[in-house]
Design a protein around this ligand. Structure first.
Ligand SMILES: Cc1ncc(COP(=O)(O)O)c(C=O)c1O
Length: 386
């Protein structure tokens, strides 16, 4: 059996078309986009063509797309400048955000003494909209930061409902959409979100590039100080080949979205049916087994395994050539429990191993069969009583 890669929420393999587009740029366009000679102008034209194409997928103008080094930087840019430059004094967020938001907000709280409120979650990690609405009744200038698709449990936030609610209450709204852009289409004329963060390597593009959507006239300022690149919003020479790769990856993702979504969703469906049949005591964390409320790309399962055997599971899976993860990729080396699962699981279930399996277009049903066989063997040897 070839190694099985079920960790597509951590990162995805680059499509060959994307590699081709990037290689061409690296071979033929080395000019600095800020140079005024023909070499520079050629590179600049590529960057601007990509910006325009990316903006068109979201029905926004090209000037509202700012290239960054990825999702983390886009989150930092928005959150930090909202506090520093826009006078935001309160951030409403959740305890299950990615560290790119969670830790940035913690830093801002210490540094600028802003107020931070956490919206209540239900037992599956869903946002309590009544509580959000009550938190929005504040006199402080406020920003809401809630992710679109949770990277560990896959829960989907109703972006339009949240954006409408924020708008009605004069709050700014930022959403970390790193796990949804390239997987879901969105029309930002219809969804009044102010800011979004995206990352190319989550949809078969290169690592080290992403973008922030920054709605016109919000007044955000640069995080990185230097030259005037990216309309003064992000200093540093643009990574032309990465930007073209991002554009190509997004184009291909949206071009094939219906068939690819169906293919990946069928795999998830098959995985859920097979694991329920082989390991009936399995628990699906968050909304991850609900196809309406969670992304089609991942499932997070809590397995009936004795705590003392639990640490062995990822190791055993790795030995069998199976790549998956305990939580987000940035936590997988850590012995601490996932901050997301800690919010929603009982103490008893937290002692059992929870694993995220995330699927992509290059996976197959045979791989699902193999993984389920390995998992059920392991569980049979390490079972808890409940
Ligand atoms: C929800 C979410 N936000 C932010 C990031 C960080 O993105 P990047 O790796 O591009 O910095 C990730 C990646 O793991 C993510 O899943």
């Amino acid at each position: 059996m070839k190694p099985v890669y079920f960790d597509n929420a951590a990162t995805t393999p680059i499509r060959s078309e994307v590699i081709d587009a990037m290689t061409k740029v690296m071979q033929s366009h080395f000019g600095n986009p800020s140079s005024s000679h023909s070499f520079g102008r050629g590179s600049k034209a590529l960057v601007e063509k990509s910006r325009k194409a990316i903006a068109s997928h979201f029905n926004v103008s090209a000037g509202e797309i700012i290239f960054t080094s990825g999702g983390t930087e886009a989150d930092n840019l928005v959150l930090r400048s909202a506090v520093k430059d826009l006078g935001v004094r309160q951030i409403i967020t959740s305890k299950i955000e990615h560290h790119a938001v969670l830790h940035t907000v913690q830093h801002l709280q210490k540094e600028f003494k802003i107020e931070v409120s956490h919206v209540n979650l239900d037992e599956k990690g869903g946002i309590d909209f009544n509580h959000l609405e009550s938190l929005l009744q504040t006199n402080e200038k406020c920003l809401v930061s809630l992710m679109h698709v949770n990277n560990e449990i896959g829960n989907i936030l109703d972006l339009k409902r949240t954006a409408d609610l924020c708008k009605a209450n004069n709050a700014l709204f930022h959403s970390d959409a790193v796990q949804s852009i390239g997987h879901y289409k969105m029309d930002l004329k219809d969804i009044p979100v102010d800011f979004l963060a995206a990352s190319a390597h989550k949809f078969h593009g290169p690592k080290g590039v992403g973008f922030a959507f920054i709605r016109k006239n919000t007044g955000l300022k640069s995080l990185i100080i230097g030259g005037e690149q990216e309309r003064g919003l992000r200093a540093g020479t643009e990574s032309v080949h990465n930007i073209v790769g991002l554009d190509e990856a997004l184009k291909m993702a949206y071009q094939n979205i219906e068939e690819e979504k169906q293919y990946v969703e069928d795999l998830k469906h098959y995985f859920i049916e097979r694991i329920k049949a082989e390991i009936p005591q399995v628990i699906f964390n968050g909304c991850s087994s609900d196809f309406e409320k969670s992304t089609y790309t991942l499932v997070n399962v809590c397995l009936p395994v004795l705590p003392e055997k639990s640490a062995m599971l990822l190791f055993q899976l790795d030995l069998k050539g199976i790549a998956c993860s305990k939580g987000s990729a940035c936590q997988s080396g850590s012995s601490q429990n996932s901050h997301v699962l800690s919010e929603i699981l009982s103490d008893k279930d937290l002692l059992k191993p929870s694993i995220r399996f995330s699927f992509g277009i290059y996976n197959t049903k045979e791989e699902v069969d193999y993984v389920i066989n390995v998992l059920s063997d392991f569980v049979a040897k390490s079972k808890t009583s409940s």
